[in-house]
Design a protein around this ligand. Structure first.
Ligand code: NAD
Length: 281
């Protein structure tokens, strides 16, 4: 039986590059959640595509790892790291000011997130508030602060949603509400972008990030099944695909959305879920 997946290291050959005149060092891409998983992948793909990336997270050590990997990949663009907590408005103000000071701020990727599993009856409201703050309020606040810059240069906001922005599972009420919320934000930006600022969201099923692969041994032990069964039955049970996505696959999607290939993608959702939400047996 095959081993359970581990988070892969991003290689240059995994990264798709798009020939787009705006993908150059004079243009800035601000990426949240960039210390780990999908956010790190978006930052690295953006840097390899030639952009000046301002990568932010509350986890400074993880950000160092992202910057080191960008150097190892010999990225055409750059990765500058800014440690900031997305629950603090002042830190987000400084972050946007830094990003706007590095060139034309044209791209914002809202990726940071967290999870909490408990039934509604017992859901701790401080965890609910933290999830809404990081996954809905902060993307809205960053969009608000970035909007004047994006309007000036022409730009795009990409938001990380999920299959949980389309349908829901039990015991994840805060996450479910947040992912439906981020799709509302995405469409609001499209409505108010006047064609100068586009937006899109990305909805995937399970992706091989530390957040997901770290849960596999515990879930296997709790349920008395193998780690592979956790992946195949619990995580991919409703999917037609039998492999989880890699973080870089999601990073590539963000850059396609930001590029001219996404010119008519405005307010829409890139549902890459292996058939999970649209089919059943
Ligand atoms: P991850 O845990 O690897 O990365 C999330 C990052 O967000 C972490 O680096 C964390 O430090 C950061 N973060 C959390 N709270 C913060 C705060 N207050 N301020 C600043 N940064 C903060 O997780 P991931 O799997 O890469 O998930 C990234 C996004 O993708 C999330 O929005 C998640 O909901 C979404 N998503 C993940 C999957 C998946 O299967 N991994 C699937 C669909 C959607």
């Amino acid at each position: 039986m095959a081993e359970a997946p581990t988070p892969p290291t991003i290689e240059r050959s995994d990264v798709h590059t798009v020939d787009d005149e705006r993908f150059s060092r004079e243009n800035v891409c601000l990426v949240t959640g960039a210390a780990s998983g999908i956010g790190r992948a978006v930052a690295l793909v953006a840097a390899v595509n030639g952009l000046t990336v301002v990568a932010t997270d509350v986890d400074g050590d993880g950000l160092d790892g992202t910057a080191a990997r960008a150097a190892e990949l010999d990225a055409e663009g750059t990765v500058e790291t800014v440690t900031a907590d997305l629950r603090i408005d002042g830190e987000m103000d400084d972050l946007v000011e830094t990003a706007a000071g590095r060139g034309k701020l044209r791209f914002l990727a809202n990726v940071a997130g967290l999870q909490h599993v408990d039934p509604i009856d017992e859901f701790p409201m401080e965890r609910y508030d933290a999830i809404q703050d990081v996954m809905v309020r902060a993307p809205t606040y960053l969009a608000k602060r970035c909007m004047p810059h994006l309007r000036e240069a022409g730009g795009c906001v990409g938001n990380m949603a999920s299959v949980h922005g389309h349908y829901v599972t039990s015991d994840k009420v805060a996450y479910n509400v947040a992912k439906f919320g981020i799709r509302g934000l995405t469409q609001s930006i499209a409505a108010e972008g006047d064609g100068d600022v586009r937006s899109f969201s990305v909805s995937t099923g399970y992706v091989k990030t530390p957040l997901v692969t770290g849960q596999i041994p515990d879930t296997a032990a709790q349920r008395g099944i193998s780690e592979r069964e956790v992946v195949e039955d619990v995580m991919l049970g409703q999917s037609r695909s039998t492999e989880m996505m890699d973080p870089v696959d999601v990073g590539n999607l963000f850059l396609v959305g930001f590029s001219h290939l996404g010119a008519h993608l405005n307010g829409g959702d890139l549902l890459f879920d292996g058939g999970m939400t649209l089919t059943y047996e």
